[in-house]
Design a protein around this ligand. Sequence first.
Ligand SMILES: *Cc1c(COP(=O)(O)O)cnc(C)c1O
Length: 452
Amino acid sequence: MTTFTTAHWQDLSRRHLLAPFTDYRQLNEKGARIITRAEGVHLWDSEGQRILDGMAGLWCVNVGYGREELVEAASRQMRELPYYNLFFQTAHPPALELAKTIAELAPEGMNHVFFTGSGSEANDTVLRLVRHYWATKGQPEKRVVIGRWNGYHGSTMAGASLGGMAAMHEQGGLLPDIVHIPQPYWFGEGGEMSPEAFGVWAADQLEQKILEVGEERVAAFIAEPIQGAGGVIVPPESYWPRVRQILDKYDILFIADEVICGFGRTGEWFGSQYYGNAPDLMPIAKGLTSGYVPMGGVVVRDEVVRVLDEGGEFYHGFTYSGHPVAAAVALENIRILRDEGIVDRVRNATAPYLQKRWAELADHPLVGETRGVGMVAALELVRDKKTRTRYEGGAGMLCREHCFRNGLVMRAVGDTMIIAPPLVITPESIDELVTLARLSLDQTHAVLRQRG
Ligand SMILES: *Cc1c(COP(=O)(O)O)cnc(C)c1O
């Protein structure tokens, strides 16, 4: 086999690839980093550098890389039945067994799953599904969905519209009848308020918006239990209980986007169980298959299903809804998570250890706050800890570059550094992660101070 050089791959990238979420001019100047293989919690690039994957790919490789059982589950299923669909009153064993298994893990009373190929498709599905639900109940004017600024729900038209990323709205526009409220991001937006007071304020924005739009027009509220792509925003403790009170007061559906929080990330199977906030619909993806193959879905509460049962045909679905190979991999992935006690180990051992070690970084002169839940965490890069003021000119990007050079994937969201490692990360690898993060913070700080 020929071993190609990094330059060869970078040349192909420039000539033929339009990468997602990428500034093309910038990438062409720099050249893509080529990842060639992975094992456990580590990646290797085409230069032979070993990199600790602090992001589990894109928040998805929950059981880690190199799990032979998943490879076998896929190949077994490909031999038996590589493809069939769930349209036109047919089904197949892998999709049915997976739906049953997800129902066992999901919050009480959520027993049905609509399968999709991704998280974005899951959110397109919820938008169409909740409108169909209200129309079936004879209230077709209930069409408005309330999302949150800086929430992330994918990048199809519905996903981008439900999400609150202003830069995404500017490109390609926004679907009608979707509105947004402020996020519960105390460090960035809490001002002089205490975190608890700010959490209540942010929750009350939901009620304000419901009253402004009119309850009779609001179909649903969509939110991530913990915002991921927005910068690992862990709401103040006062937030979710207050939101739950507001949701109980009005006749609207609650969509908890579990694409990141689902399948063990918080130390519970779902983020909604961690917060106890009883959703009606849960979009899922990412950790469902640990990213080995693409798959998503929407878990739906029984009361909602009862209405859909009366709604005639739901004109919605994807060629790959419940794809048998993806379903077989998801089933095996969940078996691994269960049989190896991975979610329990996260809750009782590795997440407390990660959070303890991560919190030690708060003493670094560049760090204004550390926060996290389970196997997801963030830290804020600041010039002044007290006033929470930032450096000019991209401290986050600079820190990310240093991390990569030191052999650690840590993502930057503005000047917020975030991690979400594979759930199987060991205490030894957590130590490695924190050591590399501190080294990278030191180097970043030195450069920023030199700049003045
Ligand atoms: C990643 C993500 C999505 C989109 O999932 P894709 O599979 O990339 O389409 C939706 N919601 C949340 C919370 C996500 O993190």
